[in-house]
Design a protein around this ligand. Structure first.
Ligand code: UGA
Ligand code: MN
Length: 310
């Protein structure tokens, strides 16, 4: 009789345990499904921001891209289109994108450094070929009706972006504009706004139709798709102005953001090129208290130098 009670008790405990495990399993899965549904709903409601970034191999490239990727990780619903100025996609950028956790597209397109340095008689501006490659990708891979539309922004890898600028640009209907700090050899450049409308420019060469830096505007995806032949052209000082003019817009169409252009939320900072001496093991060696002698230490450093990813 006693044996039977113990046996029954054991079966009972087992039943409770199994039920508990099943309940936890169902709860976790329900939460997962619920979160997924919420994510999909918010993705549908929030226009995607397509960010096109040209990038070129320099000592500072990984640092610049790391900083930008960390900024973008804090922005909802972005798709990062990184276009390398190179003949092939590099492993460094591929790994950085994979580890970023962002939705991304990795492209490459080299600026011809020799034969075709001139585009309509002008030296090819930095990032032009790559931005055009990004535009091609958008035109081949997105549609008017996809989700809730999208917004396109050209974000160079060395600028500084407030998170707020992404939320400002998300509502772009045609073209949004805003001030840019540290641009055009001025403390800031800005569209001049009167009664809620852009009426002119405070900027370097203000007589341009659209006197604004690349990081000072965003364009609705629909406009990019509606004008399939519009691309960047290296016209001296007119890179941005020519591009915006080709979209058949007027000042009246511009949507002034950042509290009617009274706030600076993006800065045209530039990364100083580092002067890196040729790795000189003899010069930089640190002789610690370990048991290795100088020659062994040099070998350790040489080995790490040849394998380290910078
Ligand atoms: C300024 C403007 O802000 C750029 O939008 C414009 O393209 C450039 O001038 C120009 O007209 O040449 P700036 O800071 O002088 O920018 O240029 P960078 O930041 O050196 O280059 C712009 C972008 O192109 C960066 O994302 C950079 O990584 C990339 N880049 C630069 C290349 O893809 N290839 C290069 O050879 C150099
Ligand atoms: Mn720059």
């Amino acid at each position: 009789m006693r044996i039977k009670v113990i046996f029954f008790g054991y079966r009972y405990q087992l039943l409770v345990l199994v039920t508990f495990v099943i309940l936890v399993y169902v709860y976790v899965n329900l939460r997962f499904v619920q979160e997924h549904v919420q994510e999909c709903q918010s993705a549908q409601q929030t226009p995607v921001i397509y960010i096109i970034t040209p990038t070129v191999s320099t000592f500072e490239q990984k640092a610049d891209l790391t900083r930008l990727s960390h900024t973008l990780r804090l922005v909802e619903n972005v798709h990062w289109i990184v276009v390398e100025d190179s003949n092939t996609k590099t492993t460094m950028v591929a790994n950085l994108l994979k580890e970023s956790g962002l939705r991304y597209t990795h492209l490459n397109s080299p600026t011809d450094k020799h034969a075709k340095r001139f585009d309509d008689g002008v030296l090819i501006s930095r990032g032009v070929v790559q931005r055009n490659e990004g535009l091609n990708w958008l035109r081949n891979n997105t549609y008017h009706s996809s989700t809730n539309g999208g917004v396109v922004y050209f974000a160079d890898d060395d600028n500084t972006y407030s998170l707020r600028i992404f939320e400002e640009m998300r509502s772009t209907k045609k073209v949004s504009v805003w001030p840019v700090g540290l641009a055009g050899h001025l403390r800031f450049e800005t569209p001049i706004v009167k009664n809620g409308k852009v009426v002119g420019w405070f900027a370097w060469a203000p007589t341009r139709s659209f006197a604004i830096d690349m990081c000072g505007f965003s364009v609705n995806l629909k406009l990019i798709l509606d004008f399939p032949n519009v691309r960047f052209k290296s016209i001296q000082g007119e890179l941005e102005s020519h591009f915006l003019s080709s979209l058949n817009i007027t000042l009246d169409d511009l949507e002034p953001k950042a509290k009617l252009c009274t706030e600076i939320l993006v800065w045209h900072t530039r990364t100083e090129r580092s002067i890196v001496e040729k790795n000189n093991v003899d010069k930089s060696i640190y002789i610690g208290e370990g048991t290795l002698n100088t020659e062994e230490l040099k070998n350790v450093i040489r080995k790490s130098q040849s394998s380290i990813e910078v």
